[in-house]
Structures are given as structure tokens and as C-alpha cells.
Write a protein that binds this ligand. Structure first.
Ligand SMILES: [Cu+2]
Length: 202
């Protein structure tokens, strides 16, 4: 091979292995504050891009723990197709079931054991799956299956940040267990952070 043809092969290989989608660094964040009126905390609100162009691979497997008699995290958004590992960290047996969408009951297991469930049956995101435990009726968690990875969950102060969203025009929506708000349009320009705030009320 000549030096030129070697260079060509190297460049061609670099193009082939480059990730599909926006170039690194071309995106920008969407961030802001969500105020949940009438509640002590503005945490656990899912803020998400309703629909982004293209299809998205499942995210890496994520954990939902059962610890101190709670589902942790309380609210867990995932990209469609992502596997969730349900872990029991308590010295008492817990069960995991959901009455929503295709419905499932993963059974009951003791401390230190886990079961996986893959969320690949959501036909039209968002799909919300309430997580319940037959042993402890007061336990409740939520898994929200979304079309794309551009989502975030608010902290106690209501802050959220969605990193590295490709430039484009989107609809930004929110999901919360008890309150609602209308989606809002947002335009993302390259390397220019966008700010979108919400007020949620019953
Ligand atoms: Cu339980």
C-alpha cells in the first residue's frame, strides 16, 4: 500500500467507527427549575424531550433498589429497551410487581438477591410503570420509559439539567406523580445552553 492509500484506510475507518448522530460537543444543555406548587419538595419530576429524531439504543442497565422499605430511586426514567435490576437491600423479603401496561410480577426474594426486567414493550412512550410490593402496600416507585436519552430528574430544589442535546426544535415535557404542566417548545442551538422553567400544579 502507498502512503496515500494507508491514509485513506485510516480516515475511512475513523468515519466508520464514529458514533451516529451529532458530533461530540455540538449539542447543548437544557436546564431550569421546576416548581411544584402545594408540595414540600420539587424533587422527582421527570423532564424530557418528547421525541427526538432517530432511534436510540437501550441505556446501560440501571438499578432500582428496595432499601429502608422504599424504592430507590423513587422515580427512574429509562430509554425504551433498558434493563432494570431490582435489588433487595433490606433484611426482609420484598416483592416487585407493576399493574401498568403489559403488567408483571417478578416474585418475592430476600436480601442480597435481584431480578432483571427489560422495558421493551412500550409501544408509545412515555410509558409509566408503577412499582409496587405485595408484602408492603405502602411501598411505591415509578419507572418512566422514554423514546430518547434526553431526560433528567429534578433535585429537591427543582433543578434539572439535560446534557448534550443535539441542536434542533423539541417539545419539552414533564411527568410527576401528582401534578401536571403543559409541555413547552425549546430550540437547542449548538453550544448554547437553553433554559426552560415549569410550574406544576394539580
Ligand atoms: Cu416490600
Amino acid at each position: 500500500m502507498t502512503r496515500h492509500s494507508i491514509l485513506f484506510v485510516v480516515i475511512a475507518a475513523a468515519i466508520l467507527v464514529a458514533p451516529v448522530g451529532p458530533l461530540n460537543g455540538a449539542g447543548a444543555s437544557i436546564a431550569g427549575t421546576v416548581k411544584v406548587t402545594g408540595l414540600a419538595t420539587s424533587a422527582d419530576v421527570v423532564v424530557y424531550v418528547q421525541e427526538a429524531p432517530g432511534t436510540f439504543p437501550p441505556g446501560k442497565p440501571v438499578v432500582m433498589d428496595q432499601k429502608s422499605m422504599q424504592f430507590i430511586p423513587h422515580v427512574l426514567p429509562v430509554v425504551a429497551g433498558t434493563a432494570v435490576k431490582f435489588v433487595n437491600s433490606d433484611p426482609t423479603p420484598h416483592n416487585v410487581f407493576s399493574p401498568d401496561n403489559e403488567k408483571y410480577n417478578l416474585g418475592t426474594w430476600p436480601q442480597g438477591q435481584s431480578k432483571d426486567y427489560t422495558f421493551n414493550k412500550c409501544a408509545k412512550p412515555p410509558c409509566v410503570y408503577t412499582q409496587l410490593c405485595k408484602v408492603h402496600p405502602e411501598m411505591e416507585g415509578y419507572i418512566v420509559v422514554l423514546q430518547n436519552p434526553y431526560f433528567a430528574v429534578t433535585d429537591k430544589a427543582g433543578h434539572y439539567e439535560i446534557a448534550n442535546v443535539p441542536p434542533g426544535n423539541y417539545t419539552l415535557a414533564v411527568w410527576h406523580t401528582r401534578t401536571k404542566a403543559q409541555p413547552k417548545p425549546v430550540t437547542v442551538e449548538a453550544a448554547k445552553p437553553a433554559t426552560v422553567d415549569f410550574v406544576l400544579a394539580r
